[in-house]
Ligand binder design. Structure first.
Ligand code: AMP
Length: 360
């Protein structure tokens, strides 16, 4: 289905997924005068708490999906692990932005890498792995160290194992099999970067500055803007994410995670066809955040400005019990813009909120 007209004020924006990204998208939609309707399995998820309407149901619940499609004017999703079948069930009934192509491409690391290569976006050398012999052959071809990853459902460093010596291959395989796997050459990066692009329903593109991302235990810890990298690399990062948005024909926002090599080249790691944790800095350092851009694009509205209004911003994730303990300290700081997601439990490794520390 195509809907050429921009949605009117008061239109109903359906969001699949009730986590923090759905929450912040819903809040942006409400601020712009749209009515967010969140669909997800958790009745008290962060997105549910701020929605104008809710459907608490499994992603496979066909009757609930039909009713949802009839109750909203457009559908988006907050994370790429929404089953492709869910979006397929909705697509004939209601406009879905981004559509199935972007979702299906980014759900599967092999499809994602093929897409990136086809779009002229460089990736680290990789091999599909179907069995242990295949892994041994891939190790021989790519060399070590290398990273073995599940092709689907991996996030925050889950579903992957670094192989440093041939003897480690079997244990890594045993840990991650029977899932389909991919082996990647280990990238000796100097920096991890990402950039977020928005693409409007009319094809217009707006690309934010790249951020430098630092991870702890595979989970994003801080994002720094401006990134302390050569200007040419920063410009290239923005160009590459724009190419991804166009190649996916995506309407909404997309983030591209990249590695910066010592020689200044960039390799793409992963695409997120949605607002991304590393783009949270835009909430307080830009007039139009990544969430607002996403809502604008999905609603068929003009995209907003991407300029940064702070000299620098450091986005810090608040994770697990330590994040909960740190929260009160940030509330009293003059440089901190504080965001809490409303999750019921502060389990270790769980993203509970973030702060944007603004300078200048
Ligand atoms: P991912 O789940 O693919 O985003 O990977 C999580 C983190 O693992 C990345 O942010 C990197 O820090 C690290 N990583 C993933 N793939 C590689 C690789 N091929 N080489 C080096 N480090 C990697």
């Amino acid at each position: 289905m195509t809907r050429p007209e921009p949605l009117p004020l008061g239109a109903r924006l359906g969001i699949l997924g009730s986590g923090q990204l759905g929450r912040m998208s819903a809040m942006a939609a409400a601020r712009l005068g749209l009515r967010p309707h969140v669909f997800g399995p958790e009745g008290d998820g962060p997105g549910m708490q701020v929605a104008a309407a809710r459907t608490v149901a499994a992603y496979e619940d066909a009757a609930a999906l039909r009713a949802f499609a009839a109750a909203v004017d457009v559908v988006t999703f907050e994370f790429e692990n929404v089953p492709a079948a869910t979006l397929a069930a909705l697509e004939g009934r209601v406009e879905c932005r981004p559509g199935l192509k972007a979702l299906a491409t980014c759900q599967d690391r092999v499809r994602e890498k093929r897409f990136l290569e086809g779009a002229g976006v460089p990736v680290a050398p990789w091999r599909e792995v179907r069995d242990l012999d295949g892994l041994r052959a891939a190790v021989a071809e790519l060399g070590l160290p290398a990273v073995l990853k599940t092709t689907r459902m991996g996030y925050d460093g889950r579903g992957q194992a670094v192989i440093r010596a041939p003897a480690e291959a079997e244990a890594a395989f045993a840990r991650l099999a029977p899932h389909p796997l991919v082996l990647e050459a280990f990238v000796p990066f100097t920096h991890e970067l990402s950039a977020v692009a928005a693409r409007g329903a009319d094809g217009a593109l707006a690309v934010y500055e790249a951020s430098e991302n630092r991870h702890v235990g595979g989970i994003l810890d801080v994002s720094l803007v401006p990134a302390d990298i050569p200007p040419a690399a920063a410009a290239e990062a923005r160009r590459l994410v724009g190419r991804v948005a166009e190649g996916l024909e995506l309407v909404g926002v997309v983030a591209l995670e990249m590695f910066l090599l010592p020689d200044g080249r960039l390799l793409a790691n992963e695409i997120a066809p949605r607002p991304h944790n590393s783009g949270h800095w835009t909430m307080d350092a830009c007039a139009c955040s990544q969430f607002e851009q996403h809502v604008r694009a999905v609603a068929g509205w003009p995209l907003g400005p991407v300029a940064r209004h702070a000299a620098a911003v450091e986005m810090r994730n608040l994770i697990g019990p330590e994040g909960l303990a740190a929260w009160p300290g940030f509330l009293g700081r003059a440089d901190a813009a504080c965001h809490w997601y409303g999750k019921a439990e502060a389990r270790p490794g769980r993203k509970l909120g973030h702060v944007n520390l603004l300078r200048g």
